[in-house]
Design a protein around this ligand. Structure first.
Ligand SMILES: [Zn+2]
Length: 511
């Protein structure tokens, strides 16, 4: 349920502020609000077919980086990177893998087992990989204390994908972490059963699309894979196990892993490509260097040419996700730079960053968090902007990160002063790990994503279940830009607030 609260006391303050006379110099420094057509003009460029869906490591990346850096520079921003040989762009070394061949066979008690190969999707690490062995069914792979429950060195591991919930146990590692732990412990192959309720077709298509990882974090088993439920069951039956009993017994923290007397032979062929993509970083220098920094970020990347040659529309343009967010970063930078140029500079440095490979797991943002251009403890606030063209004009402001870092009250006040209402529930936090701000929040930076898109979950779901991540995420006359323009103006106000030493002066971290 969404609750919209207009805080009366604050609204009165806002009215007083609006009613007070504005000095002439200030009026000049406060340009007109950002309009829908300004937002639209940037989306039209970034989501055009010419930009090929902005996939990392493609011509679409080159065009996107060029557009963002040149546009910011034209407003008066300077490069935000410390590398003078290649200003504006922070290289992000990545490894991309695309599977193009696999073979699976199984032998139980000397007889070939007819496995349905369309129920198996494998992904290899190297151009060719092969792993043979008897799989060990590890249940969830962990004990109640969160450590691995088996010696998996050199083994083929079969694991449940659901999140473990042992009675009385503290928070246990999620699937991704468990896969990583198994790989780190030397598993040769890590196979999981398809998550319950997942569409096998969609899952398969997603896996066929390949994977991308930071080169600095490129570990993993030789072969990873997902088995459809009936294939997992066939393997268990061939081992004379009841699948129901085996899965039920794994719900107990004391579960002992079971080796299945079935020889699995797995082989993969994979296209492996190492390359550098880039974060693009601009800076609006503040009047008081050393007073801390504010960063506004959003991901520039999307899925590129995402359909095969036969498809009528091959390009995932990512108009809403996230050309709309980048349009906001551009328009906000323009307004703030214009004010600064008119003699009203902000106190603090403000960084504007377009991140790469968010769609592949927040990779650009994680890379930045490991290699920040300014020490993280000097970044006082991170404002992430993603998928803003969802809500109509006048939508309440929801907060991804509400209750997490003490910024709620300030954002609510700024929003109400700007004439917005506030969605004060924590429903939007469902997205907290699904956005770039998380990479910074995980390292202690106060990070929020504020805006109208995450206020109306029905509206957001309507997007997520239709054009989201599809070629149909295109800019049309019907694309709602009212909320995007509202959110752009809100971010002008938020940055003004957080970059003002008198208005926002948190105690230094560590105090
Ligand atoms: Zn996305």
């Amino acid at each position: 349920m969404i609750t919209c609260i207009r805080r009366r006391a604050l609204s009165v303050l806002a009215l007083v502020a609006v009613a007070s006379p504005v000095p002439a110099a200030m009026a000049e420094a406060r340009p007109a609000p950002i309009s829908e057509s300004e937002v639209r003009s940037h989306i039209a460029v970034l989501a055009s077919d010419e930009f090929e869906g902005r996939a990392p490591g493609t011509a679409g990346e080159t065009r996107t980086l060029d557009y963002l850096a040149k546009t910011w520079a034209s407003y008066g921003l300077v490069s935000g990177t410390n590398d003078t040989t290649r200003p504006w762009f922070q290289p992000v070394p990545l490894v991309e893998r695309k599977p193009y061949g696999q073979a699976v066979s199984a032998v139980a008690r000397g007889k070939a087992l007819a496995l349905k190969e369309d129920g198996v999707v494998l992904a290899g690490r190297n151009p060719t990989d092969r792993v043979t062995g008897e799989p060990v069914f590890v249940g969830f792979g962990v004990k109640a204390d969160g450590t691995l429950n088996a010696d998996v060195q050199g083994r083929v591991v079969l694991m449940l994908s659901a999140e473990p919930k042992f009675a009385g146990a503290a928070k246990l590692p999620n699937l991704r972490d468990r896969q990583k732990m198994l790989a780190d412990a030397g598993a040769a192959a890590v196979l999981i059963t398809a998550p319950e309720g997942a569409s096998w077709g969609a899952l398969r298509a997603q896996l066929a699309n390949g994977s991308m990882r930071l080169a600095s974090d490129d570990k993993g088993a030789k072969i990873g894979g997902v088995l459809r439920g009936d294939v997992t069951q066939a393997l268990m039956r061939a081992a004379r196990l009841s699948p129901d009993d085996a899965i039920a017994s794994a719900q107990d923290a004391a579960f002992a892993p079971i080796t299945l007397p079935v020889t699995l032979d797995l082989a993969t062929s994979t296209q492996v490509r190492a390359f550098a993509s880039h974060n693009v970083i601009g800076k609006l220098p503040g009047a008081r260097p050393g007073s801390g920094a504010v960063i506004v970020l959003g991901h520039w990347d999307h899925f590129g040419i995402c359909r095969s040659e036969e498809a009528e529309d091959r390009i995932c343009n990512g108009a809403v996700d996230n050309a709309s967010g980048m349009a906001v970063l551009l328009t906000v930078a323009e307004r703030l730079a214009r004010s600064a140029g008119a003699g009203a500079p902000l106190d603090r440095d403000v960084y504007f960053m377009g991140t790469t490979a968010e769609e592949r797991g927040l990779l650009g943002a994680y890379h930045f968090a490991d290699n920040p251009v300014v020490p993280l403890d000097q970044i006082l606030v991170a404002l992430n902007i993603d998928t803003v063209a969802i809500a109509p004009k006048g939508a309440p402001v929801a907060l991804v990160g509400r209750g997490e870092n003490g910024l709620d009250e300030i954002v609510d006040q700024v929003a109400i002063a700007a004439g917005r209402t506030v969605d004060s529930d924590t429903e939007a936090n469902a997205f907290i790990r699904r956005q770039d701000g998380w990479a910074l929040a995980a390292k202690g930076v106060k990070s929020i994503m504020a805006g109208g898109s995450f206020a109306d979950m029905a509206l957001l779901q309507a997007f997520l279940t239709t054009v989201y991540h599809q070629p149909d995420d295109e800019l049309t006359d019907a694309t709602p830009l009212g909320g995007a323009a509202d959110d752009a103006n809100l971010h002008v106000d938020l940055v003004r607030h957080f970059a003002d030493e008198a208005k926002y002066n948190p105690a230094p971290t560590g105090d």
